[in-house]
Design a protein around this ligand. Structure first.
Ligand SMILES: *[C@@H]1O[C@H](CO)[C@@H](O)[C@H](O)[C@H]1NC(C)=O
Length: 261
């Protein structure tokens, strides 16, 4: 055999095996997702049937969108509103060409995976809104450099928003409303409306109120006792201003003041 024929043959063998691996991986991904979620309504169990593997058979599954209808390669996974429960689905790293994931409006709980950027490297859109995810937003999320959309609203996520979120320069949609987040909003996120941060007791800084002001004013102004204290202070000042002799001339008071100081 001529050298270039051998080379061509090798090339075809290699590329076809790569393609094959690609789809094997994506099938493995969906099997793993099906096994790891609690599917109370049985939607995935009834529509994801792995018995007859043909080219593009997974593209018929509910919620699965493929790059090409004849190729078992997942483009996006739309599993919103299916009554799914349990932890964050497992095996998603095997859907290695996936660009979109929507788990919105389910009952998923537990933490977001700490290595989320390794699992979902190519993602441009991640919607985990309206679930019960808890724990902190994993800092590795800042390595998901293709993200355009990050929807995390209506969960139970706590602690601070990772400050390095500045690195996600392609973000056009970002929402963390109705969580348990606290601390400053990273500056690059100030472009998003304040309502996308609503419902988090401890969040501050632009586009919300300044953090420092909150820290220095632990007593709220509408607190009656602080109003009384303020009125008392002003009254005392006015009296001292107009009747200084009452105070300055009083030896006893001066001694007292000196003692406190
Ligand atoms: C995800 O699904 C919900 C419906 O459950 C929809 O409102 C939302 O727009 C979807 N997210 C994306 C990014 O398409």
């Amino acid at each position: 055999m001529a050298d270039d024929t051998k080379f061509l043959l090798l090339f075809f063998l290699l590329s076809s095996s790569l393609l094959c691996f690609g789809s094997e991986h994506d099938i493995q991904c969906l099997k793993s997702v099906q096994q790891s979620v609690i599917d109370t309504d049985g939607v995935l169990k009834s529509t994801w049937n792995f018995e007859h593997e043909t080219d593009g058979f997974i593209c018929q599954f509910a919620g699965v969108e493929c790059w090409h209808p004849d190729e078992n390669r997942v483009l996006s996974l739309r599993l919103d509103n299916l009554g799914l429960e349990g932890p964050f689905p497992q095996g998603l790293q095997y859907c290695s060409s996936m660009t979109g994931l929507n788990l919105s409006n389910n009952k998923f709980s537990g933490p977001m995976p700490t290595d989320i950027s390794r699992q979902l490297q190519q993602l441009t859109s991640l919607d985990l809104s309206h679930n019960s995810f808890s724990g902190s937003i994993p800092p590795s999320i800042t390595n998901m450099i293709y993200l355009n959309l990050l929807n995390l609203q209506h969960n139970q996520l706590s602690s601070q928003i990772p400050s390095q979120l500045d690195l996600l320069t392609r973000l056009t949609t970002f929402n963390v409303a109705e969580n348990l987040l606290s601390g400053p909003v990273p500056r690059s996120l100030a472009v998003f409306p304040a309502s996308n941060f609503d419902g988090n007791q401890g969040l501050c800084d632009s586009p919300l109120g300044e953090c420092s002001r909150k820290r220095w004013m632990p007593i709220r102004i509408n607190d009656m006792s602080s109003i009384r204290a303020a009125v008392g202070f002003v009254l005392g000042f006015v009296v001292a201003f107009y009747f200084p002799h009452c105070f300055v001339c009083s030896e006893r008071l001066r001694a007292y003041v000196v003692r406190i100081i």
